[in-house]
Design a protein around this ligand. Structure first.
Ligand SMILES: [Zn+2]
Length: 207
């Protein structure tokens, strides 16, 4: 904890003052255009990998970048509530679901016995979908696509997508190389992980 407090001190003295105009503009409201849903994994830093600033990304994180589908037996769920707020109140234009290499939640979903001692984890990863893949990379991609389909199970998402005010995208982040592979959502809901294509230094602006 001491390390964190020292970090806050450095932030207050060295970092925040440099961005004072930005924080002044953000002090009374936000209007992000992107919702970014990713795993709680400590190795992912959404702002770092997208080189965005405070105010740019509306972020929701949980183990496995999961969005339970609308028919899941949940009276309220934090990630879904965050999605509804992002779409209905903030009116974001894009939702990114970003999975990542070496994801522990996807590994657990591939081998549920490994998490059977943890009741909450077991129940949560029931909402993951690895597409039956035994290859971890394919399972990670399949889970991203499944979560995009789950997003589309909510009227407030599918209506906005069909109206053209919202797009969905699936990403997979590789920790070792920093590479992000992207696939536009296959919102129709067919199975399969599809082809994820790397965002390159020259093609990055097209996604
Ligand atoms: Zn993960």
């Amino acid at each position: 904890m001491q390390e964190l407090k020292a970090g806050v001190h450095r932030y207050l003295t060295d970092v925040h003052p440099d961005k004072q105009p930005l924080f002044d503009s953000l002090a009374t409201g936000q209007s992000p255009s992107v919702m970014f849903i990713t795993c709680a994994d400590s190795r992912i830093d959404p702002s770092l990998i997208t080189q965005t600033e405070p105010g740019d990304l509306f972020v929701a994180r949980n183990a496995g970048n999961i969005i339970p589908a609308s028919d899941a037996d949940l009276s309220a769920e934090g990630t879904v509530a965050s999605v509804e707020y992002a779409v209905s109140a903030l009116q974001v234009s894009h939702i990114v679901v970003c999975g990542h290499a070496d994801c522990g939640a996807v590994k657990a979903a591939m081998n549920p016995v490994s998490a059977s001692e943890m009741a909450q984890v077991s129940a949560w990863i029931d909402h993951a979908d690895t597409g039956g893949h035994s290859d971890l990379s394919a399972a990670i991609e399949a889970n991203v696509m499944a979560q995009l389909r789950n997003l589309m199970s909510y009227d407030f998402v599918s209506d906005a997508v069909e109206t053209g005010t919202l797009t969905l995208a699936g990403w997979v982040y590789d920790i070792a190389t920093g590479m992000v592979r992207v696939r536009a959502a296959e919102t129709g809901g067919a199975n399969g992980s599809g082809t994820f294509t790397p965002i390159t230094a020259t093609a990055g602006s097209s996604q």
